[in-house]
Design a protein around this ligand. Structure first.
Ligand code: SF4
Length: 473
């Protein structure tokens, strides 16, 4: 077959990982990743539906691709992910030159649908309302040789009023923990040294098989995997965040001292309207317990600005909680009205200009706070997993999730995947600089080097090939 492909991934880490599974399924069906500058035979969009601009982005890309498809009818276009799960066949109505639309519950059926579209010379739409197989049973082409996403559950049982995810990803389904640990051990055998456990609501893990302590137990089991140096997870939900998880984090050597836990708003009135089932006091209490158990831990979060009914004092409460809880970083979003969500029907939708002005103020506040949190570590030595090296400048993540930049000389032969000890010299809101003290060669670095050599020898792309911007605007 030897048809080449690229994948454009929009949205969250779950989608980034699903794209690895989509790429793995295409490889298994005989496709190959397109090389830099090569026009692909297949373009896959793995879409997001959380925010309105996600829709606009996809349909913008598609309209730009129409003349390319007209000029090359052999080019295939496939749409997957949450927007496909939401819009189904209406995508074909808006863009009849799309060949395949597949959903979040049947990621693995893409190769067969592409074949059927070619044989029958007509578009194929296949959306399942419930999960058939865990995507984790599919082969994966991973972005990194040493850092891997491992999904532990899909779907969500919560009903946040702004969120469309439960409608598109379904109710929570948990993977058996021995299957998760089996995947992690196999990854470590391949050279992976860091895993990130993924789920819409990781600390509800176990609800599916009735074990409320399953997530803490899973973290502790990760601590027994030889060669696994770093364990991270996202995203937990404050309502289900229990003390056993904090203890497991603090007492398991390879669980990193960083917690990404969405708060969404600093106002109890807005949290109630969001149906987030916790209030700021509970969130604060969890953070205090985490910091008591792991004094050097860092916290990152998600915040929404401009939720319906948000008053100036509600917004001020969000600003105040950022200063008080000193987030290392926060992913902040302008509220986006999603048809089909309760919040979309709510009165008091906030004027866009007001939302934009508050968004800028929040950003300013977050930058001030992040800078001061990063200044705390000037003078200290941090362990950094190198993720990238370019022109003698290395970057990577510290154990507590800070982005660290430092110089390396060519002779040392440092590689992505290796681990550096770095003395921090200065700070910016979103990263810190340091001087390299030493480089520890790691199995992750070996895995990176091996994969790079194989890719060069076989002339194949390293990782999941992205869509080049010249093809879409
Ligand atoms: S916890 Fe809330 S915001 Fe997160 S996926 Fe579930 S419903 Fe959506």
């Amino acid at each position: 077959m030897n048809r080449t492909y690229v994948i454009q991934t929009l949205g969250c880490q779950m989608n980034v990982h699903d794209s690895e599974r989509i790429a793995g399924s295409l490889d298994a069906a005989g496709y190959t990743p397109a090389l830099e500058g090569q026009d692909p035979d297949l373009i896959v969009f793995n879409t997001c539906a959380v925010r309105e601009n996600a829709d606009n982005k996809l349909y913008g890309h598609l309209s730009f691709l129409a003349p390319t498809k007209k000029a090359n009818p052999d080019l295939q276009i496939a749409i997957g992910g949450c927007l496909a799960q939401k819009d189904k066949g209406s995508i074909i109505k808006r863009a009849p030159y799309v060949d395949v639309v597949f959903g979040t519950h049947n990621v693995g059926s893409l190769p067969a649908l592409l074949e059927r579209a070619r044989i029958e010379q007509r578009s194929q739409v296949e959306i399942k309302e419930a999960l058939e197989h865990f995507p984790s049973t599919l082969p994966a082409r991973r972005h990194s040789a040493f850092s891997a996403w491992v999904s532990i559950s899909v779907g969500c049982n919560n009903t946040c009023t702004f969120c469309i995810v439960p409608q598109l990803r379904g109710r929570e389904k948990d993977r058996p923990s021995d299957e998760i640990l089996g995947e992690i051990r196999a990854l470590v055998d391949e050279g992976v040294t860091e895993v990130t456990l993924l789920g819409q609501n990781v600390n509800a893990y176990g609800v599916d098989f009735g074990d409320r302590e399953a997530f803490a137990k899973l973290l502790r089991e990760c601590g027994k995997v030889d060669g696994l140096e770093r364990v991270r997870f996202m995203s937990p939900h404050p309502r289900d965040f229990t003390d056993d998880v904090i203890e497991a984090m603090a007492q398991t050597h390879n669980v990193m001292p960083h917690l990404h836990m969405p708060l969404q708003s600093g106002s109890d009135r807005i949290l109630q309207s969001m149906r987030r089932s916790y209030r700021v006091d509970r969130y604060r209490a969890i953070i205090e317990k985490v910091r008591a158990a792991m004094p050097h831990s860092t916290i990152t979060t998600d915040l929404i600005v401009g939720f319906p009914g948000e008053s100036e004092s509600d917004f001020q409460a969000s600003l105040d909680v950022c200063s008080e809880l000193r987030f290392l970083a926060a992913y902040s979003f302008k509220y986006s009205k999603r048809p089909g969500t309760p919040a979309a029907q709510m009165p008091d939708q906030i004027d866009e200009d007001v939302v934009a002005e508050r968004y800028d103020r929040l950003h300013k506040k977050l930058n001030e706070v992040s800078l001061s949190v990063n200044e705390d570590v000037i003078g200290s030595e941090l362990e950094v997993l190198i993720t990238d090296i370019e022109a003698g400048r290395a970057q990577g993540k510290s154990r507590d999730f800070r982005l660290v930049h430092f110089e390396v000389s060519g002779e040392e032969g440092a590689r992505p995947g290796d681990v550096a000890k770095v003395k921090i010299t200065s700070a910016k809101p979103h990263f810190i600089f340091g001087e390299k003290i030493e480089i520890r060669k790691s199995r992750g670095g070996d895995a990176f080097e091996l994969r790079k050599m194989e890719a060069e020898k076989n002339g194949v792309f390293l990782g999941v090939p992205q869509l080049k911007s010249s093809l879409v605007k």
